[in-house]
Design a binder for this molecule. Structure first.
Ligand code: BGC
Length: 753
């Protein structure tokens, strides 16, 4: 991959790497995720396309029982960008006759472009974007310039002959195409309706409008419909220098967008398109978004581009149109994890949105609120109280983990959601959210912990038994330090929030009590449990144990257990064996210390870093960012930077060998946290922004942007100074140890380092 500040590009047209690169070149707008597939290809692509719509899931291939139904499966919907291109009767297939190949992702304008020369006589340029100004639209452009006389046939199509791509493997190897989730389809003129095999029998409606010019003169196409295909065809005789330009706008709606989806397609098909305006509106949206989140890095490395790529993909997947979906572990870029949402969102991705796009963070937390009833039912099903949020959620907030599997144990997700709400409130001051939704989630999750924790007469402590912490190589542990600490915080936050509402919004409090059958005295038990939850701790070494048994196990020789980059469980051992050893799949206690530094002294943090690092296999993409962040905080600059590189380039360099099955969104969010919280040294507590820079050696400086309590902040760090500028209100700051209150009159502070 090549790096060019605002873009990444590749000159390789290697069919072996095609699908992995297709994931990398994904563009999206929170409604669509569109992999970088070749529109005209006939041989290098599996499944036909790779377009996903947030919340559109089919009937799962994995037939294991899950809570309230069958497992779901993110579906590859119609390929609305399909092109057939023939030159003198020969169909372009994306491989043969190609030279000067280049594909590029422009992250500033959010456009993906691919160009090449065909048989040394035709220049082809194809580009597309998922419209950010109207998320139901996709724009496609094709320009073909002939060097000599030739007959060209071009068809611009909506093609419903698709299957899922089925790239679930950890190795980039071609495998069988996946299932087809389309049960039936109706082909119209420039439009198709498909019916999916999901539990709601969702219909997906797609329509297209096309303008084609030859040397800037419009040419009408004829209807080209085929089995499951709707489109237009042009047969054109070209002379040397002739230029064909095709502009296409696609509109897609589904039943989930409202009852008038069919009408909306009808209106779209007869509307007049201002092509320039479509471009301009999309670009403006992206310019606005970058203004509040871009990070500028002054360095001789490619870090600037890699970091921008990570933020770009986060923005591409962020739903701005609804609070009925959230972001899955692989977003809308691949089928691994079937589109499910994990703790990845609350702990890794959300901070980026909370600090740079609070409206989007609010929508994603609102999505958890909409899942509250499903979480209540799941708690009841498992014989607990309150709300038991699922480990893997579908868009309806129901558990998607197989019933016999980890969902019952991996309950730290519940406290992670509470953590994210607490962080959102602290950074935004959005009390209205707490009153409307947040308080109820905090209350029901606290009730869950109160029913899940056990008091032991034997040792006088409270325990949470049989859980799976972030370290998934310990499937079944007692008193996970991560889980217990965050559960205690959940219980305390809920008690504090309800105390505040009782005092400050009594009418709302009464309403909440009536709705949830809540008695304020419940908070007493919550606080008792929070104070009594057991954390296994070695005082002499200042060392927090990952769980009650970790220190008792034997060390594992990682060289033997993990001879290659492959995960241990894919190479040498299974879960049963792993339980014998001290082995940490991904940062666990280290993540905890990143999230709640106020609870741990520097000695604790250092001891944890040094003890767990050699015991960590990094067999999850979620592992590197916390290590980088904690290393930066502890002043281990070199190690911090080494870990940062794993994060920033994780997908671009395919470090986990499974980018083919989708990009790693938790890692993208983690990368942002390493840059801003780690190197940028930012934290926000009790209404105050603290900036304590920890730049890596390889960077001469960095500038980042935040929004805290509605105040927009720019932090500019060089090797010798740090400057913080605030706009839009008063903001207490502590910059490199110096306190100040920034305001409209006094908006900047510069401190020498
Ligand atoms: C990790 C989990 C993560 C999941 C989805 C697993 O490999 O261990 O922590 O939530 O992937 O990204």
């Amino acid at each position: 991959m090549e790096y060019a500040n605002w873009s990444i590009y590749s000159l390789e047209n290697d069919v072996e790497k095609r699908q992995s690169h297709n994931a990398l070149f994904t563009v999206g707008n929170g409604y669509f995720g569109i992999r970088g597939f070749f529109e005209e290809d006939t041989i290098g692509e599996v499944g036909n396309g790779g377009i996903y719509i947030a919340g559109i899931n089919g009937d799962g291939v994995d037939k294991r029982a899950v809570f309230e139904g069958k497992r779901r499966d993110l579906c590859n919907v119609m390929n609305v960008l399909r092109l057939h291109i023939f030159v003198d009767g020969n169909q372009l297939n994306g491989v043969d006759g190609i030279s000067n190949f280049r594909r590029e992702l422009d992250m500033q304008g959010a456009v993906y472009t691919r160009c090449y020369r065909y048989n040394d006589r035709l220049n082809v340029t194809l580009s597309r974007f998922a419209d950010m100004a109207d998320v139901h639209r996709i724009r496609q452009d094709a320009t073909l310039v002939a060097d000599e006389t030739m007959d060209l046939t071009i068809r611009a199509l909506i093609d419903s002959n698709v299957t899922n791509l089925n790239y679930e493997s950890c190795e980039p190897m071609p495998i069988q195409p996946g299932v087809n989730h389309i049960v039936s389809r109706e082909v119209g003129t420039d439009s198709i309706v498909t019916l999916l095999d999901d539990e709601d029998s969702t219909r997906v409606f797609a329509g297209q409008q096309i303008m084609l010019t030859v040397n800037d003169i419009a040419v009408e196409g004829s209807i080209y419909n085929d089995d499951g295909i709707s489109g237009r065809e042009w047969n054109i005789s070209l002379k040397a220098g002739d230029k064909v330009a095709l502009c296409k706008l696609v509109a897609v709606y589904t039943d989930k967008d409202g009852a008038d989806s069919e009408q909306k397609i009808g209106q779209f098909l007869t509307s007049k398109i201002d092509w320039d305006k479509v471009d301009a509106a999309h670009k403006n949206c992206w310019a606005e978004r970058w203004a509040t989140c871009d990070i500028q890095v002054d360095s001789d490395t490619d870090d600037q581009t890699a970091l921008r790529y990570d933020l770009f993909e986060l923005m591409c997947v962020c739903p701005t149109h609804t609070d009925r979906v959230s972001i899955g572990a692989r977003g809308l870029t691949g089928e691994m994890y079937e589109g499910c949402v994990f703790w990845d969102n609350e702990i890794f991705q959300l901070p980026f949105f909370t600090f740079t796009d609070p409206a989007s963070a609010r929508r994603m937390l609102a999505w958890r609120y909409h899942g509250l009833d499903a979480a209540r039912r799941y708690a009841q099903y498992n014989w607990f109280d309150g709300a038991m949020y699922p480990w893997e959620s579908c868009e309806k907030g129901r558990e998607q983990t197989a019933l016999e599997g980890g969902g019952f144990y991996a309950i730290h997700i519940i406290a992670d959601i509470a953590y994210a709400i607490r962080q959102y409130l602290s950074v935004t001051g959005d009390n209205a959210f707490i009153l409307e939704m947040g308080a109820e989630v905090l209350m029901e999750t606290a009730r869950f912990w109160a029913s899940r924790a056990d008091y032991s007469e034997w040792d006088g402590h409270w325990h949470i038994n049989a859980v799976r912490g972030p370290n998934e190589y310990d499937v079944f542990v007692n008193d996970s330090a991560y889980t217990n600490t965050l559960a205690a915080l959940n219980l305390r936050t809920a008690a504090e929030t309800l105390t505040k509402i009782k005092a400050e919004a009594p009418a709302k409090f009464v309403e909440l009590c009536a709705k949830t059958d809540f008695d304020f005295s419940e908070t007493e038990k919550w606080l008792t449990i929070a104070d009594g939850l057991y954390i296994c701790y070695d005082e002499k070494r200042h060392l927090i144990a990952e769980d009650a048994n970790y220190f008792n196990r034997r060390p594992l020789d990682l060289n033997r257990a993990k001879p290659t980059a492959k995960r241990i469980i894919d190479s040498t051992m299974n879960y049963e064996w792993l339980a014998v050893y001290q082995i940490t799949k991904q940062s666990d206690v280290v993540t905890l210390m990143c999230l709640l530094p106020e609870l741990f002294s520097e000695a604790h943090q250092l001891a944890a870093y040094e003890y767990y690092e050699p015991r960590t296999a990094h067999d999850s993409s979620l592992s590197y960012a916390p290590y980088a962040w904690l290393a930066a905080r502890l002043g281990k600059a070199e190690q911090a930077y080494e870990y940062f590189k794993n994060c920033a380039y994780l997908d671009i360099a395919d470090i986990k060998l499974n980018t083919i099955s989708g990009l790693h969104f938790a890692n993208f969010g983690g990368t942002w946290q390493v840059a801003v919280f780690g190197f940028g040294g930012a934290s926000f507590n009790d209404g105050k922004l603290i900036v304590t820079p920890k730049l890596p050696q390889a960077w001469n400086g960095m500038t980042y942007h935040l929004i805290c309590h509605g105040v927009t902040v720019e932090v500019k760090i060089t090797k010798t100074t740090v400057t913080v500028t605030a706009q839009g209100g008063d903001l207490p700051v502590c910059v490199a140890g110096k306190d100040a209150v920034l305001s409209d009159e006094n908006s900047t502070i510069t401190v020498k380092l």
